[in-house]
Write a protein that binds this ligand. Structure first.
Ligand code: SF4
Length: 404
């Protein structure tokens, strides 16, 4: 007897929208609703470390979804959450980490991996979607903007299909009254406030605009250092603990008040010592903030490594911008990347170096340094003779004499 063919049962479709809560996924969801596209489920993963404004945003989105489609948000949460994973989760450590407690992943980092993104976000969403695939034909929509095509990986990306960029996505949300309580006016990114992958500038803003979260970050940092030590698990960033950042930002605050008093009194011309990577130091007259920024090539930051009343003024983002290594600096600062200058400090403002100080720092930074390796923020270097410096108004290639 011929065998009967089993009828193939089509799985019913299920349209699932991933909502991180950021501008791209929110804009995608709003437009999908407006364009009457099918939506059966909107899922989001809560790491527990979102900004309070983000939780309010999710509430606002849910109210909107309830009104428009009668849908609630499906919020996925790992049973342990960020802090328990970071400090208490049992971990099988590699051999070189056997000396460290077997509990807690420590701070996420480039070398250690983003365990948090994997376990608290993508794994939860992928697991939920895979589960649904058993019974449904899944259409999974992900909010990636048209200017990030490298992130596309085989789901549905309506923003890319519509050619909507990140800037347009934000405007779409603003136009419809979704403004995250101003979060995007302050920060470039609005995911976990405790993320070690944030730029230094974002952390500076966190300290200024969310002091309670900053205080909590300091506590987490203390606990991580005490539990794991000054290593890749315990240090917030490769080159910074949160406490070191606190010191840096406080020093910057003092510096801003120096600039303020400078403005009140009228900026004086200062005689400073400029130190460029690879070059011998030289004297220069500087007048005011703009000239200081021009010397270091960007926003300035002050370091106070010396006991005497002198300051190193450096490019705030030197290492992140990939500027050339310049000189090693004592006092736990490690090294400076990019050009810096040394000036004096009197009670209420930056000032000229005295002739003795000028001579002292000329000798100190006479030799250039070549960076061999960095261990944390500790540079290993060897000293070399400085390259000859071409004065700025000397043409590098003198014009050729006209031939006969
Ligand atoms: S934003 Fe940062 S801390 Fe949060 S899950 Fe992603 S990598 Fe981890």
């Amino acid at each position: 007897m011929p065998r009967k063919k089993r009828a193939r049962v089509e799985k019913p479709p299920l349209h699932v929208v991933s909502l991180s809560g950021g501008k791209d996924s929110t804009a995608m969801l709003l437009l999908m609703v407006e364009q009457s596209m099918p939506i059966d489920m909107v899922v989001t993963a809560d790491t527990g470390m979102e900004f309070p404004e983000m939780y309010r945003h999710w509430d606002q989105v849910e109210q909107y979804l309830l009104r428009k489609r009668g849908l609630k948000l499906t919020i996925l949460r790992h049973p342990e959450g960020f802090e328990r994973m970071m400090f208490d989760h049992p971990v099988n450590r590699a051999e070189e980490w056997q000396h460290v407690t077997p509990y807690g992943y420590g701070w996420p980092g480039i070398k250690k991996g983003r365990w948090c993104t994997g376990q608290l976000k993508t794994h939860l969403i992928n697991k939920a979607v895979s589960q649904l695939r058993k019974t449904h034909k899944i259409f999974h929509y992900v909010g990636i903007a048209a200017d990030e095509p490298e992130r596309i990986k085989g789901e549905h990306y309506p923003l890319c299909d519509w050619g909507i960029t990140e800037a347009q996505a934000l405007q779409i949300c603003y136009d419809r009254g979704f403004d995250w309580g101003g979060l995007y006016e302050i920060y470039h990114r609005c995911s976990c406030w405790c993320c070690p992958f944030q730029r230094i500038d974002e952390l500076r803003k966190l300290r200024r605009h969310h002091p309670q979260l900053w205080a909590k970050l300091l506590d987490m940092d203390d606990r991580a250092l005490a539990q794991f030590g000054h290593n890749a698990l315990g240090r917030f960033k490769d080159h910074w603990t949160v406490a070191e950042l606190e010191e840096r930002f406080s020093a910057e605050d003092r510096e801003i008040s120096l600039f303020d008093s400078d403005k009140k009194k009228g900026a004086d011309v200062m005689n400073v010592l400029v130190v460029e990577p690879g070059m011998a130091p030289y004297e220069k007259e500087i007048n005011g903030l703009e000239e200081m920024q021009a010397v270091v090539g960007g926003p300035i930051s002050a370091l106070y490594p010396f006991k005497e009343t002198t300051v190193l003024v450096v490019n705030d983002e030197g290492i992140n911008l990939g500027l050339e290594f310049n000189r090693s600096i004592e006092g736990g600062y490690g090294g400076v990347f990019g050009t810096f200058f040394v000036c004096g400090l009197n009670e209420d403002k930056f000032c000229s170096l005295t002739p003795e100080q000028m001579e002292h720092y000329k000798q100190k930074y006479l030799k250039a340094e070549v960076l061999i390796a960095l261990n944390g923020n500790k540079p290993f270097t060897f000293k070399v003779d400085p390259r000859p410096r071409i004065p700025p108004d000397t043409p590098k290639h003198p014009p050729k004499k006209p031939g006969r």
